[in-house]
Every structure is written in structure tokens, then in C-alpha cells.
Ligand binder design. Structure first.
Ligand SMILES: *Cc1c(COP(=O)(O)O)cnc(C)c1O
Length: 415
């Protein structure tokens, strides 16, 4: 790195740690912003304005009460004795798999639906890929009495049938998206189209730390409960901060929720793990930081998987929740400044880590979360005796069909 660039990235990091991002234009250094049709500018302005409520005592009391009494927070911090022995490190798991509906997504969904009510919206819409964000939003809407419509790619509806059933049971309308790639990317396009047609009466509940400003900020604030809790729980239980904190990165919401509490603790290494899929070639992975270049998707400028002509690439990952071609803009900044180290984890390496966690801890993690476990395990190899905090973003029951076709098929063949 030349001296000029080093100086620039150091200044960017200083601004980030001081909490100066997003700036007034919704930017995180060079990333972020708001690339949307004219009709969405005013509603996004209103939403940015409503983010004042994130500092409002009444709103926060209501949010905390729902997190506690309905969503099951605080989630446990588990000393992972089996993994610690195997890895030669002290491993702690932040158990978002124990949160209501089985993942961290509920923190964001309940907070945004509360916000929708305050804004006077008549209905809530959402997009979903694997169905986890759709289920969380449907649950939050049922809880708070809001009509809910979820857009889901037709291909995903086939692959994730149980989640479609869960959403419908909770009263949501699930709309099959038949255009485009018939997966998450097309579902986001469709949700944005719906929102454009009624930006005042409809609230768009976005599921990760992506999208136009203020969504990356809003989602980060709602998810930062993960890191705040974990930091305090570890101080209480072990009397110290971790040497490293690790999370998987799709759009980046569980990771930014974990990292934010530790940004200023320079002694804590922050590690983000993307979906390395089957390899480093175009279309073989969903690792936007490792293999992408800056570009715009769904209203946001960030690291994007694209070909030489700027066409957005198809992605692949064994975990549906990480299978998206863009990463949140704050992660793009954290990668640029070097504060967080990002790495891609291959499908089979993540699956092996999942199996190890089941056997050593009696916990079946989501395949997404297994990317964080695999990366943390790798880090532990060169940091014997270190204390490592891993965000277990969700539970793996939803992945049984995939596991039957992979890990369990292998076990069957071997027996
Ligand atoms: C959706 C999901 C993810 C990926 O989303 P982020 O916004 O990157 O956190 C990770 N883990 C689980 C269990 C998920 O459901």
C-alpha cells in the first residue's frame, strides 16, 4: 500500500470508529448512498428521519420489551468446551439460534415493524431468499397486528417449502416471483416495485444491512444488540474481552451487529467469513469482498459480484442465506480500512465445521453460521490458547434437506 492510500484508509477508519458513518449522504467512506427511482427519495427521507426513534426512550423501551418477552433475549453465551478442546482455544458461542424463529433476523424484523406502525403504514412488505427473513417478518407482523406480504422467488419457494408454510400460518401472503433468476435478487426487485407503487401506505421491511440509505444503518442499529449483549456476557463470565470475534457475512447484518460493539477495542481481531462456494470463479461463490468490485445493486454502492461488463453475476453457496451478490456498504469500508479481515470459506469446509459443532457441542448450527465456525477454527490454528467469540447466527433445522443430500448422504455411503 502506498503512503497516500495508507493515510486515507487510516482517516476513514478513524471516522468509522468515531461513529461518523453513515454521513449526511448515507455514505460509509466511498460506499453506501441511495441509488433509487425518484418516487422513493421522499419515503427514504422520511424513513431516515424516523430513525430518530432509535434514540427515543419510549421506542427503545418498547423494542427491548418485545425482544425480552417475545423474542427470547438476551440469548445465551455458551462456553463451547468440546470445540475449545479440539481447537486448543477458548471458544464462546453467541447463541442467536436460540432467538425466536431460529435466527438473529427477528431482532431486525420486530424493530422495523414497530417503526412501520409509528410511521402509520397500513401494510408491510418484505423479500426473502431462504425464507428466514420472511418468517421473521410474518411473525413480527402477526405479533403487532400488521398485514404482511412477502415476495419470494419461485425457485426458493420450492427449495424452502416449510418456511412458506410457516409464513402462511402466521397470516402472511406469499407472492411467488417468476421473473429474473427466480431467487432472492428477483424478489428484492419485486418488493421495490411494490413499494414504488404505494410508498406512503406501505412499509418495506428489508432483511439485511444492505439497500439504500438508511437501511444499512437501521438494520445495524437493530442488530447491534448481539454485540452489546455478547461483550457484557463475556466480561461477566470470563472477566475479559475476546482476542477475536467471528461472524458469517451474507448481506452482513449479524456480522455488523456483532462487530459494532468491538470496533473501538483495537485488541479484538474482527473476522468476517463469506461464502466461498465451490471456488473462486465467476458464479461459483457469493464472496463479494474476496471476488467482487465496487458497483450498484438494489440502491446501494458496495462490493458487488459482476463480470467485466458490470453485469451482476449469478452466485452459488450451499447456504441459501449467504447467496447474494452484494455485501453491506459498511463491510466494504471495514474491509478497505483493514479493521475487519474477511475470508471466503468453501462449501465443504463449512459443512465439516457444522458436523464438528453437532458432535462436540450438541448444537446444530445453520450452514450460514458454520462458515463462521470454520473460519474461527482456522484462525485458532495460529492463535493457540486465544479466546474466540463466534456468532452462531441461527439454527440448522431448516437445512436438513441440504444436509441429507450432502453430509448425511456421505455418512450413509460410508456405512
Ligand atoms: C439470513 C441469515 C444469514 C445471513 O444474513 P446476514 O445479513 O449476513 O446476517 C446468516 N445466518 C443465518 C442463520 C441467516 O438466516
Amino acid at each position: 500500500m502506498n503512503a497516500q492510500l495508507e493515510h486515507t484508509t487510516a482517516a476513514l477508519l478513524e471516522d468509522e470508529v468515531a461513529g461518523r458513518y453513515p454521513d449526511a449522504r448515507g455514505r460509509y467512506g466511498p460506499f453506501g448512498g441511495r441509488y433509487v427511482p425518484e418516487t422513493l427519495v421522499a419515503p427514504l427521507e422520511r424513513l431516515a428521519d424516523a430513525c430518530r426513534l432509535l434514540r427515543d426512550e419510549g421506542f427503545l423501551a418498547e423494542f427491548s420489551a418485545e425482544l425480552r418477552a417475545w423474542a427470547g433475549r438476551p440469548t445465551a453465551l455458551t462456553p463451547a468446551r468440546g470445540l475449545s478442546r479440539r481447537w486448543g482455544a477458548e471458544v464462546w458461542l453467541k447463541r442467536e439460534d436460540l432467538a425466536h424463529t431460529g435466527a438473529h433476523k427477528i431482532n431486525n424484523a420486530i424493530g422495523q415493524v414497530q417503526l412501520a406502525k409509528r410511521l402509520g403504514a397500513r401494510r408491510v412488505i418484505a423479500e426473502t431468499g431462504a425464507g428466514q427473513h420472511g418468517v421473521a417478518t410474518a411473525a413480527a407482523c402477526a405479533r403487532l397486528g400488521m398485514p404482511c406480504t412477502v415476495y419470494m422467488g419461485a425457485l426458493d419457494m420450492e427449495r424452502q417449502a416449510p418456511n412458506v408454510g410457516r409464513m402462511r400460518l402466521m397470516g402472511a401472503t406469499v407472492v411467488a416471483v417468476l421473473n429474473g433468476d427466480r431467487t432472492l435478487r428477483a424478489a428484492v426487485d419485486e418488493a421495490l416495485r411494490d413499494w414504488v407503487s404505494d410508498p406512503d401506505g406501505t412499509y418495506y421491511c428489508l432483511g439485511s444491512a444492505i439497500g439504500p440509505h438508511p437501511y444499512p444503518y437501521l438494520v445495524r442499529e437493530l442488530q447491534s444488540v448481539i454485540g452489546r449483549e455478547a461483550r457484557q456476557q463475556l466480561l461477566d463470565a470470563a472477566g475479559r474481552l475476546p482476542d477475536a470475534a467471528a461472524a458469517c457475512v451474507g448481506g452482513g447484518s449479524n456480522a455488523i451487529g456483532l462487530f459494532h460493539a468491538f470496533l473501538a477495542d483495537r485488541s479484538v481481531a474482527l473476522l468476517g467469513f463469506e461464502a466461498g462456494g465451490r471456488g473462486s470463479g465467476l458464479g461459483e461463490n457469493a464472496a463479494s469482498i474476496a471476488h467482487g468490485r465496487p458497483g450498484v445493486l438494489h440502491g446501494c454502492y458496495s462490493q458487488l459480484l459482476q463480470d467485466v461488463d458490470g453485469q451482476v453475476q449469478e452466485t452459488h453457496s450451499v447456504s441459501a442465506g449467504l447467496d447474494y451478490p452484494l455485501v453491506g456498504p459498511e463491510h466494504a469500508l471495514l474491509a478497505l480500512t483493514g479493521r475487519v479481515r474477511y475470508e471466503a470459506i468453501a462449501d465443504d469446509v463449512a459443512l465439516a465445521a457444522l458436523a464438528e459443532c453437532c458432535a462436540a457441542e450438541g448444537i446444530l448450527p445453520a450452514i450460514e453460521s458454520a462458515h463462521a465456525l470454520a473460519g474461527a477454527r482456522e484462525w485458532a490454528r495460529t492463535h493457540a490458547g486465544a479466546t474466540i467469540l463466534v456468532c452462531l447466527s441461527g439454527r440448522g433445522d431448516k437445512d436438513l434437506k441440504t444436509l441429507e443430500a450432502t453430509l448425511l448422504a456421505g455418512a450413509g455411503a460410508a456405512a
